[in-house]
Design a protein around this ligand. Structure first.
Ligand code: GDP
Ligand code: IMO
Ligand code: MG
Length: 424
């Protein structure tokens, strides 16, 4: 038995889905422990592309159990849509391969509307959320007024009463803001229908995960978002509302830290960010190049991702707070054409050298990234199978990352398919 956590080292979309898919072969259970359907994890399996939002990527492998843990915020209607979408592509999702924690909080229609309302009222200071209702749902969880899966499937009548009350309170707010109001009857009906379909999936996943571990089965935790979207460690307030770092995998699943054997960090060979907030190494020329190639569009919202050079300040701190045992570097092939590759080794702020990121978003926006330029390799790496066969400059680039982050590079992505990952 060996339990592994996979975590994004940047602002999400590092290619976690592909790495999880690759690691799933050797595990029994794949677990999501935080976030919700703000995530979009792309996996190419048997030549078909799948984008997973709430369901762990392990669902694409036959015979694997998938678990949505207590730390996830789950939109019942979105989840059923995802289950149906997978069925259309020939992937069957049943309680035999998916279990959902009865403690998971539910994203309700008024949470989605509140997300839109709060973003609109922030004006120029908006966060650029995915508008999936994630922040308001976690807000209610912390405020101890949330709706959990056991509430919906256990006592639908009481659930409906509470829902009606919340919707009528929220409608006053929405009406005042000139926004569409919600129909409590309609929402209630849709949710009760969802409850019937979801009831067989709802269970005490803490109990089952511990039983699996006792039987010697291996767990793989699929991180969502990334370290700089973490509510504590990220570029606050331009973050998501959960702990996306490795500790979140434990609190969000009920699996204690001493059961974790390995933490794998995933980072792109460059950097991207979708949504607002500071991004010191942003480079619009690089973004234009990727967008013209049809790359770097958000998997959940379709928005253009902002792009920039690799920022070692980010990866260094991510290695510390997550305890990365090793790193997977994805989309190395994205840099195949570059003549020179700038790499940010540290920041300067008011004449001071910073090796680690600052706390304030304002300082983060004002830091000056200090670069070193490494020579590119200017050759196609997409067919390379062994680390030793990579061009010398590509190896030097990866070795530089290892040195600066004090973390070994164990995997290198050279294309989107499962077989385009070099395992060292
Ligand atoms: P996630 O949210 O971390 O799972 O990442 P996303 O799926 O949102 O975005 C990563 C994108 O990069 C997807 O389109 C993947 O298919 C793609 N991808 C992942 N690894 C590689 C790689 O090594 N090379 C290339 N070219 N694409 C990759
Ligand atoms: P995966 O798992 C990239 C970003 C949003 C926004 C901020 C807050 O695919 O890596 P939210 O809707 O969570 O309240 O939005 O977080 N964001 C992501 N960016 N990848 C993700 O997930 C993200 N999930 C949320 O764009 O900036
Ligand atoms: Mg993504």
């Amino acid at each position: 038995m060996s339990n592994t956590i996979v975590i994004g080292a940047q602002w999400g979309d590092e290619g976690k889905g592909k790495i999880v898919d690759l690691l799933t072969e050797k595990v029994d259970v794949v677990v999501r422990a935080q976030g919700g359907n703000n995530a979009g994890h792309t996996v190419i399996s048997d030549g078909k592309e799948y984008i997973l939002h709430l369901i762990p990527s392990g669902i694409l492998w036959p015979g694997k159990m998938c678990v949505i843990g207590n730390g996830v915020v789950m939109d019942p209607v979105a989840l059923l849509g995802e289950i149906d979408g997978l069925a259309e592509k020939g992937i069957s999702v049943t309680p035999e391969n998916l279990q959902i924690s009865d403690r998971a909080h539910l994203v309700m229609p008024f949470h989605r509307q509140l997300d839109a309302f709060r973003e609109a009222s922030k004006g120029d200071n908006k966060i650029g959320t995915t508008k999936r209702g994630i922040g308001p749902t976690y807000g209610d969880k912390i405020d101890r007024v949330g709706f959990r899966l056991h509430d919906l499937v256990g006592d639908p009548v009481k659930f409906s009463e509470r829902l009606h009350k919340r919707i009528s309170d929220c409608n006053v707010l929405f009406e005042g803001a000139g926004m569409e109001t919600l129909d409590a009857e309609e929402s209630g009906k849709e949710l009760l229908e969802a409850a019937e379909r979801l009831a067989p999936y709802s269970t005490d996943t803490v109990g089952t995960l511990h039983a699996y571990m006792k039987e010697g089965r291996s767990l793989l935790f699929e991180g969502a978002q990334g370290t700089y979207l973490d509510i504590d460690q990220g570029t606050y307030p331009y973050v998501t509302s959960s702990n996306t770092t490795s500790g979140g995998a434990c609190t969000g699943s009920g699996v204690p830290p001493q059961k974790i054997d390995r933490v794998v960090g995933v980072t792109k060979a460059y950097t991207t960010r979708v949504g607002e907030g500071p991004f010191p190494t942003q480079n619009d020329n690089l973004a234009d190049r990727f967008h013209k190639m049809g790359r770097e569009f958000g998997a959940t919202t379709g928005r253009k991702r902002r792009c920039g050079w690799l920022d070692l300040v980010l990866v260094r701190y991510a290695a510390m707070v997550n305890g990365f045992d090793d790193l997977a570097i994805t989309i190395l092939d994205g840099l195949d054409d570059c003549e020179e590759i700038p790499i940010c080794t540290h920041y300067e702020l008011n004449g001071k050298k910073l090796m680690l990121p600052p706390a304030s978003a304002e300082d983060f926006a004002n830091v000056v990234p200090v670069y070193e330029s490494l020579p590119g390799w200017q050759s196609d790496t997409t067919g390379v199978k062994n680390f030793e066969d990579l061009p010398a400059n590509a190896k030097a680039y990866l070795e530089r990352i290892e040195k600066e982050t004090e973390t070994r590079v164990s995997m290198v992505g050279v294309g989107p398919s499962r077989d385009q990952t070099i395992v060292r």
